[in-house]
Design a protein around this ligand. Structure first.
Ligand SMILES: N[C@@H](CCSC[C@H]1O[C@@H](n2cnc3c(=O)[nH]cnc32)[C@H](O)[C@@H]1O)C(=O)O
Ligand SMILES: [Zn+2]
Length: 438
């Protein structure tokens, strides 16, 4: 066995406890083979081929960013301080109309760099030029569930159908890429931006192909009302009617859910990806995270795109989810630290149907090592509290995915950080010039 050992740290276990332990990884298999408490009796395991020092640090499952549009890093700070609909129509969609596949690759590379540097090992991405995003995922060493986002409003039937076909083709062709670190989904943008016949056909074909469905649902009140007005049913009932609810499916946002929708999500096993920063920034509303969890819905965390966040740091998302969840429930004991840590790890992996999210023997070797030796993390009464409320992405020392070291002592090994930043900044500035002259 080609063994990597993460030594000298404290390890966050799946039950939420933290113990001093060494984690041994089979690098070829990309699996954790042993989590050994330092107090354990018995024979010490053989030397590893390589070690990662975790002294003074906390070893956690790699974080999962369960909803983003990763190439939107190029539009970070491009248009702020507007509600969802005008923001998309007046600013974001016109800019995206000028985005080339090269731009998507440059933006995805920047996003991958940012995620590795903040301890994220897996993400779900809805965008276009997904073959380029897949190349980046492969090079960066990350894990992802990828899909081409479909929008049919404002398109003629032929263009709309082609967009649906593209999403299905991407879902079929990229599944299993990057040594199986890439999985896929059919990704209609939302229940209001994709017409009913296209949703119906696309979901049916996705089922035949055995790929999950991912879409934006119940994000704003403006998006729920027309569905209720036109159909006399709420969006989650509509989604159920379309065949889009199931244990492999995961919906972004779920802010305005009511009238039996939470139970429908729970009963069908459909996961919800909570995106608190995006929901606050676009003033979309407060998702009932505590109620969703109490009903048994799998809740994950997502940053959404960098243009509505404005970063891809899942530590921020944990804190925002805890804070906003309390406000939404009008209860300071709602959405506690352990809950948001679970949402960012096991909840994310489960929502996306990807391995990882737990540090235990047999699990995928996806982890992050968080340096606790910092003023803002002193003293350490409770490491889980620190993860939720005080730590930042920049506290991550090492990132490991599928048994490979992606970052060691804050140096990213799979990407040339300076070149990626320079390239993305140049692509973003050219893009804005094109938009201005369009
Ligand atoms: N093929 C589609 C592209 C859809 S990709 C997914 C889209 O979601 C957009 N998006 C980003 N954040 C949000 C959000 O919070 N709600 C809804 N859409 C968003 C993003 O800008 C992108 O246009 C087309 O022809 O336009
Ligand atoms: Zn989104």
């Amino acid at each position: 066995m080609n063994a990597l050992r993460v030594t000298g740290g404290r390890v966050l276990r799946p039950d939420g406890s933290v113990t001093e332990a060494d984690v041994t990884i089979d690098r070829d298999a990309g699996r954790i083979v042993e989590v050994r408490d330092v107090s354990a009796d018995g024979e010490a395991p053989p030397d590893a081929d390589e070690t990662l020092d975790a002294s003074g640090s906390l070893v956690i499952p790699g974080l999962v960013n369960a909803h983003t549009h990763v190439a939107m890093t190029l539009l970070r700070g491009y248009a702020d301080d507007k509600p969802l609909d005008p923001w998309l129509r007046e600013d974001i969609w016109p800019a995206e109309a000028e985005l080339t596949p090269d731009d998507v690759e440059a933006g995805a590379e920047l996003g991958a760099l940012e995620m590795i540097r903040s301890g994220t090992t897996a993400f779900a991405d809805m965008y276009f030029a997904m073959d380029r995003v897949a190349d980046v995922v492969d090079r960066a060493g990350l894990r992802a569930r990828l899909g081409h986002g479909v929008v049919t409003v404002g398109k003629d039937a032929a263009d709309a159908r082609a967009d649906v076909e593209e999403s299905l083709a991407v879902a079929r062709e990229l599944d299993g890429a990057a040594d199986s670190r890439i999985r896929t989904a059919f990704m209609p943008h939302s229940l209001t931006t994709v017409g009913e016949e296209f949703l119906r056909e696309g979901v049916a074909e996705a089922r035949e192909a055995g790929v999950p469905v991912h879409l934006h649902a119940n994000e704003t009140a403006d998006e729920v009302d027309p569905i209720v007005d036109e159909r006399g049913e709420r969006p989650i009932a509509y989604a159920e009617d379309l065949g889009a609810l199931g244990p492999d499916d995961f919906f972004a946002h779920g802010v305005h859910v009511g009238g039996g929708e939470i139970d429908r999500l729970a009963e069908s096993g459909t996961a919800v990806v909570h995106c608190p920063a995006s929901n606050m920034k676009l003033a979309s509303g407060m998702a009932p995270v505590q109620r969703l969890r109490e009903a048994g819905v799998t809740v994950a965390l997502g940053t959404d795109g960098a243009a509505s966040n404005n970063d891809l740091d899942v530590f921020d998302e944990m804190r925002d989810a805890a804070m906003l969840g309390k406000l939404a429930a009008d209860d300071a004991s709602a959405v506690p630290a352990g809950a948001v840590v679970e949402m960012a790890t096991a909840g994310g992996a489960d929502a996306l149907g990807l391995p990882g999210g737990r540090i235990e023997a047999g699990a995928a070797a996806d982890l992050a090592v968080v340096d606790l030796d910092a003023p803002h993390l002193t003293p350490v009464h409770d490491p889980v509290s620190h993860l939720a409320y005080a730590a930042r992405g920049s506290d991550v020392r090492h990132t490991v995915c599928d048994g490979d070291i992606l970052m060691r002592d804050r140096e990213v090994l799979t990407l040339d950080a300076a070149a990626v930043q320079e390239h993305a900044a140049a692509a973003a500035s050219d893009l804005v010039d094109r938009v201005d002259s369009a």
